[in-house]
Design a protein around this ligand. Structure first.
Ligand code: FAD
Length: 461
C-alpha cells in the first residue's frame, strides 16, 4: 500500500486577509513534544502555558526505578508511573537522526557527566531535552507538578482547562486553543485474550514496569512481543534468567527454536493457551512450565482528561477522526494532537507538526474547509481498510514518515527533512537487522555522519 499517496501535493487555500493573531494556548505535557510545541508556538507569537504533572521536564526520558502498584498496569486504581524506560536503555536511533532539526543532538564533550556515544543511554537524552528547554527559554512557560484534570469546550469556541497542583489546589482557566502532548507510552496494552490467562498462577508484568533483570534471576520467563523493547529486554534477561521464551505473532515457522549464540533463549509462535499447572503452550505445539509472563505488547492512546462530546474518540487504538493525525476537523485548529504517529523519528516529526499548528493558530497558514478535511480523513481510512490494515495501525507511519514530514514542512512554509537524515535512518535500520546485538556500537555509515556534521556546523556557528 502506498499510504504516502494520500499525502497529495499541498494546495494551500487562498491566503486569508485576517491579521496575524496571538492566541492563549495550553500545552498538555512537557515531554519532547510539549517542549518543541511550546517553542514553535512562542516563536509564532502565541502566549503559552505548558502543564506538566511531573516535577521536571523530559517526559518518557525521566527514568525512575519506581514501578506501578499493579505490575501489569491494568488496575485503574493503580499508582501510575509515566516513564517506561528500563535502566539499561540506550537509544535505538543514532543521535544525529534523533535530534531536533535546529538543535543538533551532538556530544557535549566539555562535560564529563555526558554520554558521547552515538546511541547514548537514556540519561543523555534527558539532558539534551533539558538543554533544549533552557536554550529556548521554555522552562519558564512550564507549570510543574500541575496535572490537567479536564479539558472541554465552552461557549464561543474556547476551551476550559482544569488543572490540579500537587498540593491539591485546582484552577479553572479559559484558553483559545489546546495542544495535547501527553505521550502514548504509559497506558499498557496487554495480551488478555489468551485462553486460561485469568487463572494462570505465575506472575504477570507489562514491560512498562520492567526496570532491571535482577528480579528474574533463575526464573523461566515468557516474553510476549517482538518490537524494540522486546528485543532489548529478552537479551538482557537471557543474562540472568534460567530460560527466556519469546512468543511472537510475527515470527515465521522456520525461525522458531533456540537462538544461536544463546543457550537459554528460544523463539516461539504465539501462545495458544496457559494452564493452572503453570504451563504455557505455544501454537507451534511446544510447551514450557514458566514463572513469569512479561507482556511487551505496547501501549494505548489515553486521554482521560479530554471531553469533546464524542467528536474525538479512541477506537481500537485509532484516535479520530483526525486530519493528518493532528486536527479533529470539527475543532480545528483549536484542538490538536502532537506525537500520535509511531514507527517514526519522533523529535523532528513533533517539530514539523508544531510549526504547522503554530502557523495555523496565528492565521499565517490556513486549513481546507472542514468538509474537505473530513473527506481527506475518510479517504485515508478507506485506503487502510481496503488494504487490510487493521484500525490499530492507523497511526503507524513506518512506510511514509518522511513523506509526511515533508508534507507538513511544505504546508508550513519550512524546509523538509535533510537527505542525510532519511538515508541515515534507513542505514540504521538495515544495520540493526544485520547486527541486532551490536548495531549501537558498530556501523558503516560514517559518510552520512560527516554530512550531518556539515549541516550542524551551519547551525552551531
Ligand atoms: P512523553 O515523553 O511521554 O511526555 C508526555 C508528558 O506529558 C509527560 O511528561 C507527562 O508527565 C505529561 N502528562 C501526561 N498527562 C498529563 C496531564 N494530564 N497533565 C499534565 N501533564 C501530563 N524515541 C527516540 O527518538 N529514540 C529512542 O531511542 C526511543 N526509545 C524509546 C524507548 C522506550 C522504552 C519508549 C517508551 C519510547 C522511546 N522513544 C524513543 C519514543 C519516545 O516516546 C519519544 O522520544 C518521546 O519521548 C515522546 O515524547 P512525548 O512528549 O510525546 O511524550
Amino acid at each position: 500500500t502506498n499510504l504516502a499517496a494520500t499525502l497529495q501535493h499541498v494546495s494551500l487555500p487562498p491566503t486569508t486577509l485576517h491579521p496575524l493573531a496571538s492566541r492563549h494556548v495550553a500545552v498538555i505535557g512537557a515531554g519532547a513534544s510539549g517542549l518543541v510545541a511550546a517553542r514553535e508556538l512562542r516563536r509564532e507569537g502565541h502566549r503559552v502555558v505548558v502543564f506538566e504533572q511531573g516535577d521536571q521536564v523530559g517526559g518518557t526520558w525521566v527514568y525512575t526505578p519506581k514501578i506501578e502498584s499493579d505490575p501489569l498496569g491494568v488496575d485503574p486504581r493503580r499508582t501510575v508511573v509515566q516513564s517506561s524506560l528500563y535502566q539499561s536503555l540506550r537509544t535505538n536511533l543514532p543521535r544525529e537522526v534523533m535530534g531536533f532539526r535546529d538543535f543538533p543532538f551532538v556530544p557535549r564533550k566539555d562535560d564529563k557527566e555526558r554520554d558521547s556515544r552515538r546511541f547514548p543511554g537514556h540519561r543523555e537524552v534527558l539532558m539534551y531535552l533539558e538543554d533544549f528547554a533552557s536554550e529556548f527559554g521554555i522552562v519558564e512557560l512550564v507549570r510543574l507538578e500541575t496535572e490537567v484534570m479536564f479539558v472541554g469546550m465552552v461557549d464561543g469556541g474556547k476551551w476550559q482547562v482544569r488543572s490540579k497542583k500537587r498540593d491539591g489546589i485546582c484552577l479553572d482557566e479559559i484558553y483559545d486553543a489546546v495542544v495535547v502532548c501527553n505521550g502514548h507510552y504509559t497506558e499498557p496494552r496487554v495480551a488478555d485474550d489468551i485462553p486460561g490467562i485469568d487463572s494462570w498462577p505465575g506472575k504477570q508484568i507489562h514491560s512498562h514496569n520492567y526496570r532491571t533483570a535482577e528480579p528474574f534471576q533463575d526464573k523461566v520467563v515468557i516474553l510476549i512481543g517482538s518490537a524494540a523493547s522486546a528485543a532489548d529486554i529478552s537479551r538482557e534477561l537471557a543474562g540472568v534468567a534460567k530460560e527466556v521464551h519469546v512468543a511472537s505473532r510475527s515470527v515465521g515457522d522456520g525461525a522458531t527454536g533456540k537462538r544461536p549464540d544463546y543457550d537459554n533463549l528460544w523463539l516461539h509462535s504465539m501462545i495458544k493457551s496457559v494452564h493452572e499447572d503453570s504451563s504455557v503452550v505455544f501454537k507451534d505445539g511446544s510447551a514450557v512450565l514458566a514463572d513469569v509472563i512479561l507482556h511487551c505488547t505496547g501501549y494505548k492512546y489515553h486521554f482521560p482528561f479530554l471531553e469533546t462530546n464524542g467528536i474525538v474518540m479512541v477506537d481500537d487504538n485509532c484516535v479520530g477522526p483526525l486530519y493528518k493525525h493532528v486536527f479533529p476537523p470539527a475543532l480545528a485548529p483549536w484542538l490538536s494532537f502532537i506525537g500520535l504517529p509511531w514507527k517514526v523519528v519522533p523529535f523532528p516529526l513533533f517539530e514539523f507538526q508544531s510549526k504547522w499548528i503554530a502557523g495555523l493558530l496565528s492565521n499565517r497558514l490556513a486549513l481546507p474547509h472542514k468538509e474537505q478535511m473530513m473527506e481527506d480523513v475518510e479517504a485515508f481510512y478507506s485506503i487502510l481498510e481496503s488494504s487490510g490494515i487493521p484500525k490499530r495501525y492507523t497511526h503507524n507511519m513506518a512506510d511514509y514518515q518522511f513523506e509526511y514530514d515533508d508534507w507538513l514542512a511544505e504546508a508550513s512554509g519550512s524546509p523538509g527533512s535533510e537527505i542525510w537524515r532519511k538515508e541515515m535512518y534507513n542505514e540504521a535500520w538495515k544495520n540493526k537487522r544485520v547486527r541486532p546485538e551490536t548495531y549501537r556500537d558498530d556501523w558503516e555509515d560514517d559518510h552520512l555522519v560527516l554530512q550531518a556534521y556539515e549541516d550542524f556546523k551551519q547551525i552551531l556557528k
